[in-house]
Write a protein that binds this ligand. Structure first.
Ligand code: ZN
Length: 224
């Protein structure tokens, strides 16, 4: 490993791209805003917990126009929320972020954001054989088993078509993960007291639009 990151011809070109990016950030973003970063370095006070998909195309700060310090973020495959179980030792990475954001940082909002063409949601319909080489992903996808069940029932009853399956799965997944969130006693309490607002979003990558779930009419409405 060299220290200059310049002359190691064995690296993939993307390797250099990352180091150019670091230098670009320093000169183009950090230096012009040194005072902001000096303040930011002292503490964090994010107003929103953002639970999103790990998908590289969905960038939380970019799509919400927010700056460092505003969003406390957890991203995982499929933007899932583990079921609340105080004694459980599974899926704690995501549960710990939720706990810390709500109890320690006392965020005002929680967003669960799904998106178009989500590989995690699509993988719910993969065969056991297709998932054989992805044992941890397979385990993780268990958190969306209720979503798959709902969607398959809707297709069987001709309520939605097979062509609508992807979008319906992605949107229903957001709704189900919010239901999981509401099982957390401290979240249920905070919502009841009006201390936390929960939002469900679905981001359409090509359109650059966010659709916000309306809990009254149970539909996703484009944010305009
Ligand atoms: Zn995704």
């Amino acid at each position: 490993m060299n220290t200059t990151h310049e002359d190691d011809s064995h690296q993939h070109p993307n390797y250099y791209r990352l180091f150019e990016g670091i230098r670009g950030f320093k000169s183009n973003e950090h230096i012009p805003k040194q005072e902001f970063f000096a303040q930011l370095g002292k503490h964090q006070n994010p107003h929103t917990l953002y639970i999103g998909c790990s998908d590289s195309r969905v960038v939380p700060n970019l799509v919400t126009g927010t700056i460092p310090g505003e969003l406390f973020v957890v991203r995982n495959i499929g933007n899932f929320v583990p079921l609340y179980d105080r004694s459980s030792e599974t899926f704690v990475a995501t549960s710990a972020v939720i706990e810390y954001a709500v109890k320690q940082l006392q965020v005002d909002n929680i967003v669960v954001c799904g998106h178009s063409n989500c590989g995690g949601c699509a993988a719910l319909y993969n065969s056991a054989k297709e998932m054989r080489s992805l044992p941890h992903t397979k385990k993780w996808l268990e958190l969306a088993a209720p979503v798959k069940k709902i969607v398959e029932e809707q297709i069987a009853n001709n309520i939605i078509s097979i062509e609508e399956r992807s979008v319906f799965t992605e949107q229903m997944n957001v709704v189900v993960q919010i239901e999981h969130l509401m099982q957390y006693p401290y979240i249920r309490k905070a919502v009841k007291q009006g201390d936390i607002t929960i939002m469900g979003w679905w981001y359409h990558i090509e359109e650059g639009e966010i659709y916000d779930y309306d809990f009254n009419i149970k539909r996703f409405i484009k944010v305009v």
